[in-house]
Design a binder for this molecule. Structure first.
Ligand code: UD1
Ligand code: CA
Length: 484
């Protein structure tokens, strides 16, 4: 608990270097919007939090409110005139004795860093404390440089205005400050507009404090922890760091990654030990994988649960689905929309399943569409079976009870029920109830025309017969098929 400390997060800016319409603060990093890294961090530190919103404020507020309810307080900065102006807009929210101010575009900051800053701020009785990091990359054009003058005064010079030697000034301003309320209230108005950029820089508060001989303290943090995200390159770098941390965490918990650098894992995912994750796999938010599962290359699992010992072969999409233990899925299966695949079931290649239940030990191994299907245990669905669940307007259920056997290439026209242990013949169109233990045959009867094919091949067939098969031209010399 960080006593007498509140947080103000700056999230009103325009995100211009991203070159997109959307505010960067809702861009996702490992499946979570950037701003939530900051608000969740502050929540974990039990800090009362105010977020300054402005540019696309509805979007930012919506994301925060969805996560935190009404626990986070908002103030609006209608026009964005810089970070000092943003804090000025939050002036009526200054309540606690000490105020933590931080940029909203810093997704890698840890609780320990904030705690360290707070501890030092309190133990040194400082007026202003802020975090610095070492960055000797002169292209660090988004970071303010910490400049200590000969008279020991310190200031932060924004990179745009900095014309000193980057090698002599390797310390950058992280964008996280703790300021005493009284000093902030008395001095926030004193910050003047920068003549070149026409912005009010909050960083000038350091010079003001220094000129007043106020106690100022800093702590140093690793640069990777305090990276600000100002464009897609920086977002990519931050996501890489975050994702590597997640993968290393799961490795330490017994998960094997075949090509770890090609795997996408989101936050808030769980993976059981003994599980194998192949190359290019995506495990997205809300997913939980049991122990000893196999997820083969290029499959994506989103908001789904896998029990223990499930196998997902390559190139599957599994979304909003539960898969029971020892079930096998894929390759190239597409399972979505609140589907349950029960234990030991098999959903094979090129099978799509939507809003359905597939019972234990049931199998749909090849080229099948099952939509709105309620399938019992030990059912066999033949290759090429299609549930016709949509009548053009409404969707209907296909019910297939335990032990039923659906022959290959069936069309099951819903609503329809196939009762326990019934059979349907291959190639059937099933439109009505099939009773228990019955065999349903719903297809045209076969006719054989003796010698017909041979006549076609020799080209002696009459014109009307040729048109019957639709494949032969009227010219008597034309063969049925070239090369045969
Ligand atoms: C800022 C610091 C810089 C520091 C860097 C660290 C200033 C002037 N500079 O620069 O010294 O090294 O962070 O990442 O503070 N925002 C508003 N209203 C505004 C302008 C910005 O709310 O009018 C918000 C943005 O949404 C963002 C945060 O403030 O979340 C920082 O703004 P940004 O433009 O990213 O500042 P930097 O140029 O990165
Ligand atoms: Ca920034």
């Amino acid at each position: 608990m960080l006593r007498n400390l509140q947080a103000i997060v700056l999230a009103a800016g325009k995100s211009t270097p991203f070159n997109t319409d959307k505010t960067k603060l809702v861009e996702k990093i490992c499946g979570q919007e950037m701003i939530l890294y900051t608000t969740r961090l502050l929540e974990s530190l039990c800090m009362p939090t105010t977020v300054v919103v402005g540019h696309q404020k509805e979007l930012v507020q919506e994301v925060i409110t969805k996560k935190h309810g009404d626990k986070v307080h908002f103030v609006t900065q209608e026009e964005q005139h810089g970070t000092a102006h943003a804090i000025l807009c939050a002036r009526d929210s200054f309540n606690e004795e000490h105020i933590l101010i931080m940029n909203g575009d810093m997704p890698l900051v840890s609780g320990e860093i904030i705690e360290k800053l707070y501890t030092k701020h309190m133990s040194t009785n400082s007026t202003v404390s802020f975090i610095v990091a070492h960055n000797d990359d002169p292209s660090g054009r988004f970071y303010g440089r910490v400049v200590q003058q000969e008279n020991n005064k310190i200031m932060i010079v924004e990179a745009k205005e900095f014309n000193g030697d980057f090698n002599d000034h390797c310390f950058i301003n992280a964008g996280i400050y703790i300021v005493t309320k009284s000093f902030l209230q008395a001095n926030i108005d004193e910050i003047e507009k920068d003549e070149t950029s026409k912005q009010f820089y909050f960083t000038d508060i350091i010079k003001i404090a220094s000129d007043q001989n106020q106690p100022i303290t800093t702590i140093q943090a690793p640069f990777d922890r305090i990276r600000g995200i100002n464009n897609f390159q920086e977002l990519w770098a931050a996501e890489h760091i975050k994702r590597s941390e997640l993968i290393k965490y799961w490795m330490d918990h017994g998960v094997r990654f075949s090509v770890a650098q090609n795997v996408h894992i989101d936050l808030d995912v769980t993976i059981g030990s003994g599980t194998y994750i192949g190359c290019g796999v995506h495990i997205q938010r809300g997913s939980s994988l049991g122990k000893n599962c196999f997820v083969h290359e290029f499959s994506a699992i989103e908001n789904s649960t896998l029990a223990d010992s499930v196998t997902i072969y390559s190139h599957c999409i599994v979304k909003d689905t539960h898969i029971g233990s020892y079930a096998k899925v894929g390759p190239f299966a597409h399972i979505t929309e609140n589907t349950t695949i029960q234990a030991h079931a098999v959903v094979g290649n090129f099978v799509e399943v939507k809003r359905s239940v597939i019972g234990a030990y049931s199998k749909a191994k090849h080229l099948t569409y099952l939509g709105d299907a309620d399938i019992g245990a030990n059912v066999n669905i033949g290759a090429g079976t299609i549930t016709c669940n949509h009548d053009g307007k409404n969707k209907h259920t296909t019910t297939i009870k335990d032990g039923a056997y659906i022959g290959s290439n069936n069309t099951l026209v819903a609503p329809v029920t196939i009762d326990e242990n019934a059979f349907t013949a291959a190639g059937s169109t099933i439109t009505s109830f099939v009773p228990k233990d019955a065999l349903a045959i719903g297809r045209a009867r076969q006719i054989n025309k003796d010698g017909y094919a041979a006549k076609l091949r020799t080209g002696k067939q009459e014109q009307e017969d040729a048109s019957f098969i639709g494949a032969v031209k009227t010219n008597k010399d034309t063969k049925l098929s070239e090369g045969t």
